[in-house]
Design a protein. Structure first.
Length: 127
């Protein structure tokens, strides 16, 4: 079971996960897509105003159609002229990271395994 901090209207546990994000202490797991947002951050030098307006309008539509506390999840590309990959989920919940440890399907390294090499992709110079 999840030790939920915030839950958006009855997230059925059997729903497939469309998005998950884990930090060191918390996570958000989302399912169902109310609406996608693919607006680039920068269009014709507007410094993100078009994206912000698109997000606000989409969240207002979500509230009007019954999503009580909409959030936006996804990713914004490093090249901010490219389309964003964001969406408002129909269901989501935040939880403490420890609460999800029992749900994680982990291909964990055994205690006797030694890590001999770590490779960052992309490397720091190109990040």
């Amino acid at each position: 079971m999840f030790n939920a901090i915030v839950t958006q209207a009855s997230n059925p546990p059997e729903r497939p996960v469309d998005f998950s994000y884990y930090s060191a202490h918390r996570c958000v797991i989302a399912s169902g897509i109310f609406e996608r947002i693919s607006q680039p951050v920068q269009t014709d030098g507007d410094n993100g105003q078009s994206l912000w307006q698109k997000i606000q309008a989409t969240m207002a539509r979500a509230r009007a159609q019954g999503v009580s506390a909409p959030i936006v999840v996804g990713a914004i590309p490093f090249d901010i002229r490219r389309p964003s990959c964001l969406f408002i989920p129909q269901y989501y919940h935040f939880s403490l990271r420890q609460a999800d440890a029992s749900l994680a399907s982990c291909n964990c390294v055994s205690p006797t395994t030694t890590i001999t090499h770590v490779n960052s992709m992309p490397n720091a110079r190109h990040f």
